[in-house]
Design a protein around this ligand. Sequence first.
Ligand code: DMJ
Length: 456
Amino acid sequence: MRLRTLILLIIFCKVFLSCTKSSDWAKTDIQPLADRVRTEFLHAWQGYKTYAWGHDDLKPLSKDYHDWYAEPLLMTAVDAVDALYLLGFQEEADRTREYIATHLRFDKDISVKAFEINIRLLGALISSYQLTNDRRLYDLAVDLGNRLLPIFNSPTGMPYVNVNLKTGECSGKSTNPAEIGTYILEFGSLSKLTGDPVYYEKAKSALQALFSRRSKLDLVADAIDIETGKWLNPNSHLGGCIDSYYEYLYKGWLAFDDPDLKHMWETHLQAIRKHLTVENESGLWYGRVHFETGVLREPYWGGLDAFFAGVLALSGDMESARRLQHSGMIMWNIHGLEPELFDFSKLIVVDGAAAYHLRPEISESAFYLYRMTGDALYQQMGEKIFDDLVTYCRTDVGYSHIADVRTMEKLDQMESFFLTETLKYLYLLFASKEVIDLNKYVFNTEAHPLRISSEP
Ligand code: DMJ
């Protein structure tokens, strides 16, 4: 046996055993785990409130705040408000909602990244409105949706990257499928709420414009010019810049029952299976290929790619979902936190992509797999992820990003999605299923539950 194969086998066995150490685990009392997640949520939330209230993000090492633009948009507070409700912090959620309703205004002369504002703020406002019926949140959501609409006024109908919230001036024509195709859930919800089809139509036209430019292999690449419609590079994969485009095709179909979205999802899924799949000694992976030839360019998987096991589970492909999540845990367990990119041919972190940004995707997939299968193995995975987060990322006032998972050096940053996605999915993995019914809600890519059922 070659030495490299032997090393791979040893690592694989170590990781596999750490994932399945006890068949008794299923009998574990799960409530204390849900309580621990709540406690850590409150810890990070209090840090934000103490050092960054009225601003966007907490800086968890310097105990300071960070704003994305010249004027704050209350990013963490808005992003977290539905999580406060779901985790059962009713009074804190009500206070935060009151603050948002009386302080958040979008009539600001700042050019913002439309994708982020859509998934974090618009998604949160719609979701929080649906959870509380507070009409002020509805007004804010409609106002924000209208201010984002100019992004779709491009020659192709695919959205610009940035928009000035006051003037509507757009910029940024070099973009990617994720930033083009991650509007249908939020904009479709706005259409349902307002009765005005324009939001859904714009978001859907953007999806169709992108889909029509797929390669002969039915793949998209990760950079495109939205004015000319020309691809800017040939890399096709499931990671950042493409990820939520695929996610929204499937979830968009779930939410709006639109057969065109189903067709686009199924076309891509078939191509992904055919051209991105890599099987090796450690399991199932999806690589990075040339979108026109299907030739493997990089045997890389990463923290962002890890969402795909969850979407596969949601779509009913349990076998691939299970195997992919197992691969994700191999990536996680090598160092105890996952990197941005992982070379699955050598089972090592990719140099220059070794950071861990408090990302939720692997926990999100554990949540969906648990909900779909009822297998406590996924709660066990969640416990391991949660313990590692506490061990390596906790600071005295919050949680920090990690510069390199091989050294665990901390960074002075806590993205809003840590509260609203990472801890929310971990909590939901351990909490009663009644907290959220997946037949009635679909989560947007920032984990904001949007109502798909017409029941109250
Ligand atoms: C979040 O903002 C969203 O989940 C997005 O789709 C991808 N990146 C982050 C989390 O990693």
